[in-house]
Write a protein that binds this ligand. Structure first.
Ligand code: DGJ
Length: 701
């Protein structure tokens, strides 16, 4: 709901409030937090508007969209430049309430209703700045748009999506960082005077940082206290800046890093959308808000909140080493286990027998697969499964037919040889002819073998950039390919991937309802990764596979049950040669899948409670998913290393009805919600390192 009284703007869903007002032509931010009335009665006496009468200097004021060069010396959201000036002075001109959220050509939360557009103008720059706000049930979507109304070009050195200025106080920051095979480590640190920046300059989101930050009070815990979450719906270079000033006021800015793109006269540039959420239910409460927003408003509605197929992916069992005979056996062995989809990973095209060649040559390798992909797809169908296929659309190998024909299609700087990573280059997706060609090549394969699933990989951060426009152009080109594929092949489920979780962001989730969370399939390490990812991203977006032991990434051996239990917290799949499993393991696969399918609706749609953090104490991991009506819960517990003669600490369930009676299936017990939550349960995992326990809990009265 958008309420406006006397130049005070109050945006609220009834649970959070966000407010700012106009003072001296400037937008002053006044409140973000638990819902307040902020109506005509309380306005004059409330801090939300009485700042209108204060005359805080620019150096200390809380701004709605801070600028460079006008006596606010903290990090700005906009830094624009012409021949005349490197400062801006946008003044309030008015506002409009739009009946629905305007489409601005980039992924954003869907179904946006009433949208507030605040217009500001800088006479010297000759530019109009519009700030857009849409309230969702559970959060606020924000973005900014600049129109160059002058006759001169304007260079945008910085133009972020959103800012939140917090009043004086003590704050902690939580960000997510990592590396290949170890994404999504949550880091909590005290905000101290200065600027802390989390960013990517890799052209893609990156394994290193995620476009997310959460500000909390020092006493905020997993389940209680104020938590303010920020996330960007974008898949390229980004900046998240957190500045604590000398008065202990915290500023959080976030948006795409533009690095000097030029806006020609009459041109309009929109930032990507940022999503802001507030919860007084702690960090877990913030996560549940993001999950609900993304499940209901971001993910492609054709797949949102629906069961995902149980996939068997060929990568870890075959890598590049397969032919038709081996692949057919791989498919045959998977029949009758409950697997829904065989996904043929890298290696099926061009001359691709290693990672040294053929990216861009999207035609089947007839030496490996003489009967073609259609035969592979039909083999899957004949065994009662669907077929999925891997692409890396944005990549090109210097050793490829495509590169021979179109070396200029790789991102490059004239006169310089392109730097290589994993023996490959990135295509220049800012060029529509490149995207058109790749679309055509993919469409031909799709027509040939009718896959129900595509794994879209991206293993190449961008380098050899000739202009800052290439970065944004690349991301927009990539989104346009997604648009065409999802529009023309709406039945195809596209799994995102980028060397694991290197491009796990809300921009990709708009098109890909699930993303391969990490190349690390070691269930213990993976539990940590999934735990961190779940700070922002819902379980229905986490693609997780059970793989063989010793694990290919860590060499560790974990119980089969643990591997299944961890993978079940999201979209369950397998990444092993089922033909090599023992009879007992095959039975376990069957059981795991049967059990998963029984609980999948609950796991994918329920509320997530993180009960034990693998980053703390003895390293135990415990997550619980509770159905929206509180009638069912699914709990996965994984212990750390076994400690002799030390009972495992109790876990306290959450989110149940205190007075309802629940059956804990595995314990054969009937227990009240209050007892499960406040009394707790002693975990009973297998007695070995990383042993797991799974609990199914159902309300009976
Ligand atoms: C990186 C992905 O993360 C893997 O799962 C696999 O698809 C390989 N690329 C294939 O090259």
């Amino acid at each position: 709901m958008i309420k406006i009284y006397d130049d005070v703007f109050h945006l609220t869903d009834g649970k959070f409030s966000y407010a700012f007002f106009v003072r001296g032509g400037k937008l002053i931010h006044s409140y973000f937090g638990r819902a307040v009335k902020c109506d005509e009665t309380s306005l004059a006496g409330s801090v939300i508007a009485d700042g209108k009468n204060e005359n805080t200097g620019a150096d200390a004021a809380l701004f709605e969209f801070p600028e460079q060069g006008r006596c606010d010396f903290r990090a700005p959201c906009i830094a624009a430049e012409t021949d005349k000036t490197i400062s801006t002075d946008f003044r309030y001109k008015g506002y409009e309430i739009l009946s629905s959220k305007p489409d601005f050509g980039m992924p954003a939360l869907r179904y946006g209703g009433e949208t507030l557009a605040v217009r500001l103008y800088d006479d010297v720059l000759g530019a109009e700045l519009s700030l857009y706000y849409t309230v969702y049930d559970g959060g606020l979507a924000r973005r900014a748009e600049l129109k160059n109304c002058s006759k001169e070009p304007v260079r945008l050195n910085k133009f972020l999506s959103a800012c939140a200025d917090f009043p004086q106080g003590n704050y902690d920051l939580i960000n997510i960082c990592g590396r290949w095979g170890a994404e999504f480590n949550p880091v909590r640190s005290a905000a101290t005077q200065g600027v802390k920046t989390f960013c990517s300059s890799r052209g893609v989101t990156s394994h290193q940082h995620n476009p997310f930050v959460c500000a909390v009070k020092p006493d905020t815990s997993e389940e209680a206290g104020d938590a303010y979450g920020f996330n960007l719906i974008y898949s390229g270079n980004f900046t998240v800046e957190c500045e604590l000033d000398e008065k202990s006021q915290l500023r959080i800015n976030l948006g795409a890093t533009l690095g000097g793109i030029v806006l020609q006269p009459s041109e309009v540039f929109s930032t990507p959308e940022a999503v802001l959420v507030y919860s007084h239910g702690g960090i877990g409460g913030m996560s549940r808000k993001f999950h609900a927003l993304f499940n209901n408003y971001l993910i492609n509605p054709a797949f949102a909140n629906k069961p995902r197929p149980v996939v068997l992916n060929s990568w870890e069992s075959c890598y590049f080493d397969f032919d038709e005979k081996k692949l057919f056996k791989f498919i045959d062995d998977a029949g009758n286990l409950g697997i829904d989809m065989i996904v043929l990973d890298d290696g099926w095209f061009g001359k691709r027998n290693s990672d040294t060649c053929s990216l861009g040559d999207w035609f089947v390798n007839r030496q490996k697969l003489p009967s073609g992909l259609k035969a592979v797809s039909e083999r899957c169908k004949a065994r009662g499964m669907q077929f999925g296929i891997w692409f890396e659309p944005e990549a090109i190998s210097p050793v490829s037919e495509l590169f021979k024909k179109h070396p200029e299609w790789a991102l490059h700087v004239e006169g310089r040889e392109g730097a290589q990573m994993r023996n490959q280059l990135a295509l220049d997706f800012s060029l529509s002819e490149v995207v058109d060609y790749i679309y055509g090549a993919m469409a031909e394969i799709i027509e040939e073998c009718s896959p129900a699933y595509i794994k879209w990989d991206m293993n190449r951060p961008l380098s050899d950039i000739s202009s800052p426009h290439k970065y944004v152009g690349f991301v927009k080109g990539m989104y346009s390919l997604y648009e065409r594929l999802t529009e023309n092949y709406p039945q195809v489920l596209i799994e995102g991937c980028s060397s694991g979780g290197g491009r796990f962001d809300a921009g990709i989730l708009y098109y890909s309802p699930l993303i391969w969370t990490s190349d690390d399939t070691d269930a213990y390490r993976r539990a940590k990764i999934q735990y961190g990812a779940s700070l922002v991203y819902p379980l229905q977006t986490l693609s997780n596979h059970v793989s063989v032991c010793p694990n290919h990434q860590t060499g560790r051996t974990l119980p089969f049950k643990t591997r299944g239990a961890v993978a079940s917290l999201g979209c369950l799949g397998y990444e092993l040669d089922v033909g090599k499993l023992t009879k007992e393991e095959r039975e376990q696969v069957k059981e795991q899948i049967k059990d998963y399918k029984k609980s999948a609706a609950l796991i994918l749609k329920g509320d997530l409670f993180r009960l034990a953090s693998p980053y703390e104490g003895g390293g135990a991991f415990c997550e619980e998913v509770v159905s929206k009506d509180k009638s069912q819960a699914y709990v996965v517990y994984v212990r750390g290393l076994v400690e002799p003669n030390l009972p495992l600490p109790r876990i306290h369930l959450r989110g149940l009805e205190e007075n309802a009676l629940y059956r804990v299936e595995e314990r054969g017990a009937q227990v009240f919600g209050s007892d499960l939550m406040y009394g707790g349960l002693r975990p009973q995992p297998e007695c070995c390192d990383f042993g797991a326990e799974i609990l199914h809990i159902t309300k009976i009265a």
